[in-house]
Design a protein around this ligand. Structure first.
Ligand code: FAD
Length: 545
């Protein structure tokens, strides 16, 4: 018997962030009638983000800035970060398509610029929109470095501009948005093909309830991001409204369903189960990052990977002088190359050094840091660096003294500094791989130790983002079972899926992957249908539900 749907479209997209918007745009461009569902009003983590998109290989912005880059150099560097998250062929395809991707975004109204920030920074100021957003300079022995962080043009954190432009393009493409509708179950036919989505929707709720749900969920985003506990309390009435007024809505998908509902950093139970070491951080996302997209795919038989991979941000720049210091653990041993991307420092701290770390600076480095603050920081970076240089810092005339004050083993610290200075004087390669041009002896007292440890601290939080998700076919974005067979009619993208950043995130790689994987899923949710049905309806590979 045919299903009775409340709404129907060729392609149904669950989640309206970057991945969902890009999937919708490509599906619509392929001629599909597209419907997008969102639990709230759309935007997700994308709208809160820094709007940095990782791109290279000679983009117009790189050329405008006089930057030399090539697909080979970009592939060489990214292969190290990506590891085995996706195949080498996919990394290559992503890099080779990078210039086109930036052009595609620009064609949909997303503004980029070639104003280059030459200094290492966690995020450029409003004068700069192209920068070294990963560990490119630290891996220059592997691949020619180039600045590839393309920050969308806009004041402050510019993810809001990225989302606004994509949302406008989606509207222009005639895609139907059904907001305030939470996907709770996938509907499958008797051959196991995903044919629709069951939601709990506020569509038929009283007007005041819909307005309150919309307003509170929008106003609660920033508190949720910056003040976890307060933010969670803001969402309690939102959940109550859903519980009280949301009603079932059945949405049919004639061709395919794309899950693009973000990650699971806001789901404490999933975090405890899959990434228990990453606690005490700030959830880098919205309450929509509750893992529901991943769980929907799992319920339909999808496999997951990399759920234990979390990006934990311990940015130390600006000021750039900080990378000339050394970061030690409580035994006084160095933990990593200090010039690496902030999440590489965070990972070393969380997974190998009991979540503790201190940055050692001497007098000239502290003075240089203070000087560099003006002009190289946005407000949140200024507050963070100011906090690190004051409240989080202890000083003493000797290494033993500063170690004792901070709770770092003094003998270990003295031995580390002696080795570091001897290596610097002899011009030997650094054991952590730190580039020679950012190594200088630590020799002039007073010495300072700045506490970088991962623990709940409003002035220096540890933002965290989940990287793993549903396993997908790399040529189509179709969700795969554990045996590698595709689930008919089901696709996933963005942080709901395994993607380019699932092993290691550097700034811009998540949004770039959302564009890459969202577009792929959107194209195939309609176009890949006939071949996929033939391939998947084989005895023993289909699960009936
Ligand atoms: C402050 C901040 C800064 C960041 N900066 C950057 C950066 O500069 N560059 C970068 O690459 N990455 C950055 N990130 C990470 C990046 O923003 C996210 O990884 C990315 O936006 C995820 O996009 P997405 O489309 O997968 O999910 P989202 O953008 O989160 O969208 C998912 C949508 O799905 C909806 N949804 C969830 N569950 C359901 C359901 N069951 N039913 C219906 N709808 C549902 C949500 O409401 C949401 O709107 C940043 C993140 C934050 C928070």
């Amino acid at each position: 018997m045919p299903e009775a749907w409340d709404l129907e479209a060729d392609v149904v997209v669950v989640g309206f962030g970057a991945a969902g918007a890009c999937a919708a745009l490509e599906a619509a461009a392929a001629g599909a009638q597209v419907l997008v569902l969102d639990r709230f009003t759309g935007g997700g983590a994308t709208a809160l983000s820094g709007g940095v998109v990782y791109a290279g290989g000679g983009t117009p912005q790189q050329r405008e800035a006089g930057v030399q880059d090539s697909v080979e150099a970009m592939t060489g560097y990214l292969s190290v970060e990506v590891g085995d998250a996706v195949t080498a062929a996919t990394v290559r395809q992503f890099c080779a398509g990078s210039v086109e991707m930036i052009g595609w975004l620009a064609g949909h109204g997303v503004p980029f610029a070639g104003s280059l920030c030459t200094q290492k920074t966690s995020y450029p100021t409003n004068r700069h929109y192209l920068y070294y957003s990963g560990s490119e300079l630290s891996f220059r022995h592997i691949a020619e470095p180039a600045p590839r962080g393309h920050r969308v043009v806009g004041k402050g954190t510019s993810g809001k501009v990225l989302y606004a432009r994509l949302a406008a393009a989606v509207k222009l493409a005639g895609v139907r948005l059904v907001p305030q509708s939470r996907a709770v179950r996938l509907v499958t036919d008797d051959q196991g093909r995903v044919t629709g989505v069951e939601c709990q929707s506020m569509r038929s709720a009283p007007r005041w309830a819909r307005a309150s749900h919309r307003t509170l969920s929008t106003l609660g985003r920033k508190p949720f991001l910056y003040a976890g506990g307060l933010g969670r309390r803001c969402y309690q009435p939102v959940s109550w409204l859903e519980l009280r007024y949301a009603r079932p809505l059945r949405v049919g998908a004639r061709s395919g369903v794309v899950l693009a509902a973000g990650g699971f950093v806001a789901n404490r139970a999933m975090m405890r189960e899959h990434a228990p070491a990453f606690r005490g951080g700030l959830a880098l996302g919205t309450p929509g990052d509750d893992g529901s997209g991943i769980q929907l795919g799992v319920m339909a038989g999808g496999a997951t990977r990399f759920l234990d991979r979390v990006s934990c941000w311990r940015f130390i720049t600006p000021p750039v002088a900080f990378i000339r210091g050394v970061i030690v653990d409580k035994t006084g041993r160095r933990i990593c190359d200090e010039s690496r991307y902030g999440a590489a420092i965070g990972e070393a701290m969380v997974l190998r050094h009991e979540r503790r770390g201190w940055l050692l600076l001497d007098k000239p480095l502290v003075s240089a840091s203070w000087r560099q603050l003006r002009g190289s920081t946005l407000w949140f970076q200024f507050l963070q660096a100011g906090y690190l240089l004051t409240r989080a810092r202890v000083s003493a005339a000797t290494l033993a003294g500063v170690g004792a004050k901070a709770g770092v083993d003094s003998a270990g610290l003295e031995a580390t500094v002696a080795d570091y200075n001897a290596g610097a004087a002899a011009g030997q390669p650094d054991p952590t791989g730190k580039p020679a041009d950012v190594i200088q002896p630590i020799g002039q007292p007073p010495y300072s130790l700045i506490d970088l440890s991962v623990r709940p601290r409003p002035a220096y939080p540890a933002p965290m983002l989940t990287l793993g998700g549903l396993v997908v076919a790399e040529d189509t974005g179709q969700v795969l079972r554990a045996d590698g067979s595709p689930i008919s009619g089901l696709y996933a993208a963005g942080r709901t899926a395994v993607g380019l950043c699932s092993n290691s995130y550097v700034s811009g790689l998540s949004l770039a992957d959302c564009v890459f994987s969202g577009r792929r899923a959107g194209k195939h949710a309609l176009a890949g249908q006939p071949a996929e049905q033939e391939a998947s309806i084989q005895p023993g590979t289909e699960r009936h539900s």
